[in-house]
Design a protein around this ligand. Structure first.
Ligand code: ADE
Length: 251
């Protein structure tokens, strides 16, 4: 998979050299290229923003540097090895005004060959940039949650990690992708324990040390249901709703 990122803060993306994703990049499974938007701004101060049309607070990113940077990436992508019939790169703009990013979307995006993230700052990017590329290809505005960040960089990193780990080969044991929160049945993950069996007087639940696999499985499923009911009741599958009320940490 190829991922291009356009940003005025390339340094944020140094984090993608670490851990599993860094390893995947070195192994050639994910090709991440980070571009500084200011390289496409040609005045003395490499300006990328201006005051909003119609007035108001803050600054808006101007369309010209975005047009130049994205055109170059799309042209390069077209010249590169895209097989005939392969879809255009998908442009993703992190934005609190976008559709909400979910595990389902991560799975969908992990199937793509080429993603391009455009990270806006300030009060956002001139709307004509989205309109231009939506007319020419595929564009999605995506939010990572109902809160406001200072820019799209941290959101892009979160999405790249969630998508990247689903690319085949990135996570060594694919089973570990299945038994997770927001996967398969939509329930949250069960609590995990390891050694020692007692820590500061707190015991590992005895069932986990019983060697009875069926009992362990049943306990884990019960924990997942109980936890989901308590913290994210809206995620409970219909057939599990309306059971005993969830216990709360304060009870
Ligand atoms: N940019 C600012 N806030 C954001 C959010 N919640 N999600 C994605 N991009 C953002």
């Amino acid at each position: 998979m190829r991922i291009d990122v356009v940003t005025i803060f390339p340094g944020y993306f140094d984090a993608l050299e670490l851990s599993l994703l860094g390893k995947a990049r070195r192994r050639g499974l994910i090709d991440v290229r980070v571009h500084d938007l200011r390289d496409s701004a040609h005045d003395k101060h490499r300006t990328v923003d201006d005051t909003p049309s119609g007035g108001g607070a803050g600054m808006v990113m101007t369309p010209e540097p975005w047009g130049e940077a994205l055109d170059a990436i799309l042209a390069e992508g077209a010249e590169a090895d895209r097989p005939a019939g392969e879809p255009e790169p998908l442009l993703l703009f992190p934005s609190p005004a976008g559709e909400v990013f979910t595990q389902r979307m991560a799975r969908e995006l992990a199937e793509e060959r080429h993603l391009v993230f455009g990270c806006g700052r300030y009060e956002g990017i001139d709307q004509r940039v989205f309109d231009e590329y939506a007319e020419r290809g595929r564009v999605r505005l995506v939010s990572i949650g109902d809160y406001v960040l200072n820019g799209g960089e941290v959101a892009a990193i979160a999405m790249i990690e969630a998508i990247g780990r689903l690319v085949p080969g990135v996570v060594g044991n694919p089973d570990s992708l299945v038994e997770e929160s927001h996967e398969a049945d939509g329930l949250l993950e069960y609590p995990s324990y390891t050694k020692p069996a007692v820590w500061r007087g707190r015991e590992v639940p005895p069932v986990l040390l019983s060697g009875d696999h069926a009992a362990v499985e049943a306990w884990r499923r019960e924990q997942r249901i109980e936890r989901t009911r308590r913290v994210r009741p809206e995620l409970l599958p219909r057939e599990l709703r309306g059971g005993a009320p969830g216990r709360h940490a304060a009870d």
